[in-house]
Design a protein around this ligand. Structure first.
Ligand SMILES: Cc1ncc(COP(=O)(O)O)c(C=O)c1O
Length: 383
């Protein structure tokens, strides 16, 4: 079976994890601090704060932005459900906005109809790794007093206007789940230019403690910690950070390889009528975290039939990005019309793309799509 994604993990990560285990310090400690510094510097950010997942990162971002009950947070429905859930965790109401068809991201034009006097934040997702237009969103939201939180779960190493995604954000959240380019098993990271915000995030991820566990253990004197506000256990472990440090050192190679493979897919798929592929937006480059294709309305087989053909040929593809408003967890939630979201979620699929994918495996994927289109078109012509 050709998987949709296989993390690029090896002996180096295994040795780093083993070294963390044998060091005797496995919880959040020196390796997490080192990973944070390396990540901040790689992303061109001032501060990076490691957490247990991107979901936790989004939750904390809304806490520090002081979003709470009575507030509305505009989010794309076309995203992994964690984006919308984060608003609910702080007691706010997620309001679903539609997306731009080319980038699958929110724009000021799609957010505008969702604004009310209660709108306090927008979660701007860099969907599938395609950078969203952050400057445009901040220019739109800033004068209205609306905070923009960037959900860069998929976008590590993508480039926005010449800088790494996250570098220009007030708060940006990354994921290190194995479906992402860079993995620590589970894990997440927040970046921010604000040192006070970073300090508060560090406290909040550790039960609201005013002194980290690592600092307490390093002290030769008895120290009394205090719990300044309601916090969480959103810590990353040193074992995960050890793996993350190795993964981060591979990021440039990971992205270069993905871009080569993505361009090859784009060229091969261009020969099949009715198939449109993900591509770079005009203002940046994507890391191709997920390689989606959109089937035109007149493509001869449905998206689900095509997934079936691929599965029968040993190819593990996936439906495109989910739409949260169609899930039972959001049943009955008030919403604006979401025509682009509903079209994209029904007619897109995600093809295998990972570091060690071979050209012959890619050729198999493309040939199944081409054959499915041809056979169905012929059958249609006969009937
Ligand atoms: C856009 C988006 N936001 C948030 C998340 C949640 O990330 P995590 O699994 O690290 O909590 C994901 C994960 O797929 C995602 O794609």
């Amino acid at each position: 079976m050709i998987p949709v994604m296989r993390p690029w993990l090896g002996a180096e990560e295994a040795a780093a994890a083993a070294a963390a285990v044998t060091s005797g310090w496995v919880a959040q400690g020196p390796r997490v601090a080192e990973f944070e510094q390396a990540f901040a510097s790689a992303m061109g950010a001032d501060h990076a704060v490691a957490v247990s997942s991107c979901t936790a990162a989004l939750h904390l971002a809304l806490v520090v932005a002081r979003i709470g009950p009575g507030d509305e947070v505009v989010v794309p429905s076309l995203s992994f459900i964690a984006t919308a859930n984060a608003a609910r965790y702080v007691g706010a109401v997620p309001v679903f906005a539609d997306v731009d068809e080319a980038t699958q991201n929110l724009t000021p034009a799609t957010v505008e109809p969702c604004l009310t006097s209660r709108t306090r934040a927008v979660i701007l997702v860099d969907q599938a790794g395609v950078p969203a237009d952050l400057d445009a969103m901040r220019a739109f939201c800033g004068p209205r007093g609306i905070t923009v939180v960037e959900d860069a779960a998929c976008a590590v190493g993508s480039v926005y206007r010449g800088r790494p995604v996250g570098a220009g954000a007030y708060l940006a959240a990354f994921s290190f789940h194995p479906r992402k380019l860079l993995t620590t098993g589970e894990g997440g990271m927040l970046v921010t230019p604000d040192s006070d915000v970073a300090a508060r995030l560090r406290r909040l991820r550790e039960h609201g403690m005013d002194l980290s566990a690592a600092a307490r253990h390093a002290s030769r004197q008895p120290v009394m910690e205090h719990y300044t506000e309601l916090g969480f256990n959103f810590r990353m472990t040193d074992i995960q950070a050890a793996v993350g440090l190795v993964q981060l050192s591979k990021l440039d190679r990971l992205i270069a390889r993905r871009r080569v493979l993505a361009h090859r897919y784009q060229q091969l798929l261009a020969a099949i009528p009715g198939v449109r592929t993900i591509t770079d937006p005009g203002y940046g480059t994507t890391n191709y975290q997920s390689f989606w294709v959109l089937l035109a309305d007149d493509f001869p087989v449905s998206r689900d039939e095509l997934l079936q053909h691929l599965a029968e040929a040993g190819v593990s593809a996936r439906r495109g990005i989910m739409a949260a408003h169609l899930e039972p967890a959001y049943e009955g939630s008030a919403r604006h019309p979401l025509p682009v979201t509903e079209r994209l979620t029904a007619r897109t699929l995600i093809l295998p793309l990972f570091h060690e994918l071979t050209e012959s495996e890619q050729d198999i994927v493309v040939s199944v799509i081409a054959a499915a289109g041809r056979h169905a078109a012929r059958a249609g012509a006969r009937s």
